[in-house]
Each structure stands twice: as structure tokens, then as C-alpha cells.
Design a protein around this ligand. Sequence first.
Ligand SMILES: CC(C)(COP(=O)(O)OP(=O)(O)OC[C@H]1O[C@@H](n2cnc3c(N)ncnc32)[C@H](O)[C@@H]1OP(=O)(O)O)[C@@H](O)C(=O)NCCC(=O)NCCS
Length: 146
Amino acid sequence: MLELYQYEISDIYDQELDAHGEYGYDLTRHFEGKRFFAHVVLVNGHYAGFALVALAMVTQKDGCWMEQFFILKKYRNADLGTALARHVFQTHPGPWEVGQMPRNLAAQVFWRKVISLLTGGCFTEVQVTEGWWQGVVQRFNYETAA
Ligand SMILES: CC(C)(COP(=O)(O)OP(=O)(O)OC[C@H]1O[C@@H](n2cnc3c(N)ncnc32)[C@H](O)[C@@H]1OP(=O)(O)O)[C@@H](O)C(=O)NCCC(=O)NCCS
């Protein structure tokens, strides 16, 4: 699924395939790290999407960063992305930062709606224009009772 995700965003995030014909996303930190998490969505036993969660690293040091988030095309527009986001935030309550690349306008619409819904509108948004990752970031504190 990571390969599908990388391909999907290849028109807004330039990458080349490696010698194996893969993007080859580096998951080393997720295999080794204690605070890196992967969540996979199944629908009737079939893979439908995933989320990768890492330590906050772009605008803050505390809490979590949504590193990757993807729903397969056939399962979109059925609130699965919303359900996955809710599950991930509930699993990792506390400070969050969720980022979208500047050209991923659809993801910005999606995340503003979903975060607004799940936080009752209690989030802030910043534009990150310097550093290793740049784009739009929503920040909030997710409480399990939300
Ligand atoms: C963005 C993505 C996760 C949405 O998943 P989904 O399961 O279709 O989302 P939902 O059905 O839960 O949609 C929730 C809300 O976001 C809106 N939304 C979802 N995709 C949208 C899009 N492409 N453009 C505009 N709004 C969108 C929906 O209309 C819905 O709003 P509504 O409740 O007012 O109708 C999915 O399209 C995807 O995986 N995209 C490619 C990867 C990507 O960009 N990931 C995000 C990286 S930051």
C-alpha cells in the first residue's frame, strides 16, 4: 500500500523508482522505534488503507506526527478516512500535528474537515515555509473524550 500511496502523490512529490521498480519507502524507524506506529484498515478482510504515526517533529517536539495516511480509491468517500483518523487519534491521545504538502489541496480539505469534526473545531493551522518539511500543519490536543 505504501507503494500505491507514493505513486498516487508522484505528481505533487517528485520521486524516481529504484532498480527494483519501487519507491522503497524507508520503514526502518517503524521496525526499530518504540514510538513509531502503523495502523492498517481492513474491509471484509481486504486491505483498504493505512496510517503511519511518528513522533512530532515539524512544529513541536511533544506528541505525534501523521507521517502517512492513505485510503485505497475503491474505499474512498465512505467515511473510512474519517474512521481511521478517529481510531489513530484515540489510540495516541495528546498533542498532534498533521501536515499536508502545499500542492495536496484535496488532503488539506479532508484534514480540515476531519480534524474540525473530531476536535470540535479546537485546532490551529500554520504554514511551515522553512526546514526539512514544508506545507500546511494542523495542531491540536486530542483528548479521548472528544
Ligand atoms: C484524503 C483521503 C485519505 C480521504 O479518504 P476518504 O476515506 O475518502 O475520506 P472520507 O470519506 O472520510 O471524507 C471525509 C470528508 O473529507 C472530504 N474529502 C475526502 N476526500 C476529499 C477530496 N479528495 N477532496 C475534497 N474533499 C474530500 C469528504 O467529502 C468528507 O467531507 P463531508 O463529510 O463533508 O462529505 C484519500 O482520498 C486518500 O487516501 N488520498 C490520497 C492520499 C493522501 O493524499 N493522503 C493524505 C496525505 S496528508
